[in-house]
Design a protein around this ligand. Structure first.
Ligand code: FNR
Length: 358
């Protein structure tokens, strides 16, 4: 039984192969941004309201045309069979029971149609070298009933994940990117300086994607389009101009540009830049219901949660983890005197001025 989401990481570490633990936990380079993501959340303070006569807060969330139980979605994360024999199916079913959206990764280890069959889902798209595959993935996601397309734009190449390089990390033979035609990751043997997963990414991902490509994608995509991996307000403004319905303020959990700004520090300027009609999601470093509140109070419409749910998946505790997260959100809302998310958005957000340890 866990008292906080942080409890799952050591439990997962005990049961996972060391290289899989490192693949999930790791960031790029010296993992400066992994640390910054947490430190930045620590530094944010909320000023609670009192005597609001409130007994039961309502954290439900209306986004992209659907109402959900919490302002939380499962972040797209590749290869979930590394953590659980049923992989994505297990986590997606739990998300569905918890009433939150599940985001299917392009690199899921179960075909997207099967996952969309067990849970209301969004589909995350990586830009692949073969445009026909991009088109076909969009069509498959739409046909499978996915409620939104989330295109990830911060992976021209995979960040240098030193743990994976040291471990020569490669997928086991029974796990593959099932949505792709080129599933043969074993063919990309680990070589010094490049892990096998990074070599596979380099062979199938298109590095030179531009706004012009996103305009093409917008014209192709009949469902809401969300752009994931935006940190600069100028890019956020451009996203709105090309007709995106939302952005995800994200540094990919510190796995891409090491030294990138913490997502929560990038949030405010992005919110100011996009205006009211654009959904602004945030990920990278969300570890508790309190963090969810801090993000929403800072202007996010909602958050994506990444690694903590993979740790819970590894120890077969995803229902418990999502229930815990929901309880934490409700507790924090009650303690802050917020009846709903609109009230959370009215909270006064500050910054601790004395040294912070995370
Ligand atoms: C990811 N992330 C990711 N993002 C994406 O757009 N497509 C993907 O396939 C993956 N795969 C992936 C695998 C693993 C193991 C991790 C840890 C992360 C990034 C993910 O969506 C999200 O941006 C971060 O995980 C959020 O940070 P936290 O919550 O893990 O700190």
């Amino acid at each position: 039984m866990a008292e906080s989401l942080a409890d799952y990481e050591p439990l997962a570490r005990d049961v996972l192969p060391a290289a899989v633990y490192d693949f999930v936990a790791g960031g790029s380079g010296l993992e400066q941004t992994v640390g910054l993501n947490r430190a930045a959340f620590f530094a944010i303070t909320l000023t609670p309201r009192i005597l609001t006569g409130l007994a039961k807060p309502n954290p439900s969330w209306m986004v992209l045309g659907t109402r959900w139980e919490l302002p939380i979605a499962v972040a797209p994360m590749a290869y979930q069979k590394l953590l659980h024999p049923e992989g994505e199916l297990h986590l997606a079913a739990a998300a569905s029971r918890a009433g939150i959206p599940y985001t299917i990764s392009t690199l899921s280890s179960v075909p997207l149609e099967k996952i969309a069959g067990v849970a209301p889902s969004w589909f995350q798209l990586y830009w692949l070298r073969d445009r026909r595959v991009v088109t076909s993935l969009v069509e498959r996601a739409v046909d499978a009933g996915c409620g939104a397309l989330m295109v990830t734009v911060d992976v021209p190449v995979m960040g240098r994940r030193l743990r994976d390089i040291r471990n020569q990390f490669a997928l086991p033979p029974d796990i593959a990117p099932e949505n792709l035609v080129d599933k043969v990751t074993e063919a990309h043997d680990a070589v010094p300086g490049v892990s096998a997963v990074a070599a596979h990414t380099a062979s199938v991902f298109e590095p030179a994607v531009s706004w012009r490509d996103l305009e093409w994608l917008r014209s192709l995509c009949p469902i809401p389009l969300v752009i994931k991996g935006i940190l600069d307000p100028r890019d956020a403004r451009r996203a709105v101009e090309i007709g995106a319905d939302g952005v995800v303020v994200s540094n990919h959990g510190g796995r891409q540009l090491d030294g990138a700004i913490a997502s929560i520090d990038a949030l405010g300027p992005v919110v100011d830049a996009v205006g009211k009609d654009c959904v602004v999601l945030l990920d990278s470093g969300v570890r508790s219901g309190l963090d969810v509140l801090k993000a929403v109070a800072s202007g996010a419409s909602g958050v994506l949660v990444g690694r903590p749910l993979l740790w819970a998946l590894a120890v077969d505790a995803v229902d418990e983890a999502l229930a815990l997260l929901g309880r934490e959100v409700r507790d924090a809302m009650l303690l802050a005197g917020c009846a709903d998310l609109a009230a959370v958005r009215e909270l006064s957000v500050g910054r601790a001025t004395w040294p912070i340890w995370s």
